[in-house]
Design a protein around this ligand. Structure first.
Ligand SMILES: Nc1ncnc2c1ncn2[C@@H]1O[C@H](COP(=O)(O)OP(=O)(O)OP(=O)(O)O)[C@@H](O)[C@H]1O
Length: 250
């Protein structure tokens, strides 16, 4: 289930030009200043952005190269963004069942799978509620279940915790980690938070103006910051964290 990415996408002022792999079952965190190309890469893997050159391959299947562009729904790639984009007129259970149907289950099996997800996430009380009646954290949980119910080979997670309060974000991070491990799903997590990278990812890739400027095991990248951006991100870790970098006292 390894994801192999080599791509070039022209943007205004520079090209996003990167090459990296996500080994089966592992999670890669992607960081970089605003506008450095993170969403461009995630969208290219999901199939909502065409690439000008390169090749994206998942478990030996070519998803895109300069000539082919496999449509998003045939890629077995899941996407979980900051906005959960749940279907507003469907209740929580039906939203999850939609994911299971997309993953190939028939109607009855999808309904049963959705009920299982609801039970596992402890959301029985809100199973028949529509998204408008749910909290931000509950919506994110339903969106996670809907994405994973489709059994994607890789889940692309784009800043899903940014709109949650600190406690809800912490709970959601723990749940994402648990469910990725349980289902053996690979993932890419785009985040501005060092805490997300350390909690969720094995490896970290740092971008600047479309290029990779640092890449390696998360702890290693933070321990030897390649530039001011990485140093600043590492400095956001709580002081008691073993990877924390403290400002030198004058
Ligand atoms: N459709 C487009 N055509 C050309 N350039 C674009 C397009 N969309 C975005 N860009 C530019 O491409 C660059 C990369 O944008 P991208 O959204 O991938 O960055 P990002 O790292 O995800 O940023 P953020 O953290 O703010 O979401 C930016 O300079 C942006 O202005």
């Amino acid at each position: 289930m390894t994801l192999e990415v080599a791509l070039r996408v022209p943007r205004t002022g520079f090209d996003v030009d990167v090459e990296f792999q996500v080994p089966a079952g592992s999670t890669l965190a992607m960081m970089g200043p605003s506008g450095s190309g993170k969403s461009t890469i995630v969208h290219a893997i999901a199939g909502i952005q065409k690439i000008a050159a390169g090749r994206i391959e998942l478990s030996g299947t070519v998803l895109a190269d300069a000539k082919q562009h496999r449509p998003p729904h045939l890629r077995e790639v899941g996407l979980l963004g900051q906005d959960p984009h749940l279907f507003p007129h469907q209740d929580a259970l039906k939203n999850i069942a939609f994911g299971a149907r997309a993953g190939g289950l028939d109607k009855a099996a999808a309904k049963a799978a959705a009920a299982e997800w609801i039970a596992r996430l402890g959301l029985e009380e809100i199973a028949t509620h529509r998204p408008e009646a749910l909290s931000g954290g509950q919506r994110q949980r339903i969106a996670l279940a809907r994405a994973l119910a489709a059994a994607p080979k890789i889940l692309l997670i784009d800043e899903p915790f940014a709109s949650l309060d600190v406690e809800a974000a912490m709970d959601m991070r723990a749940l994402v980690r648990e469910e990725l491990e349980r289902t053996g799903t690979s993932a890419i997590v785009v985040s501005h938070s060092a805490a997300d990278a350390l909690a969720l990812a094995d490896d970290l890739l740092v971008l600047e103006r479309g290029r990779i400027i640092a890449q390696g095991a998360v702890q290693q990248v933070f321990a030897e910051p390649a530039n001011r951006f990485v140093r600043a991100v590492a400095a956001t870790l709580p002081a008691q964290h073993p990877m924390s970098i403290q400002e030198e006292q004058p």
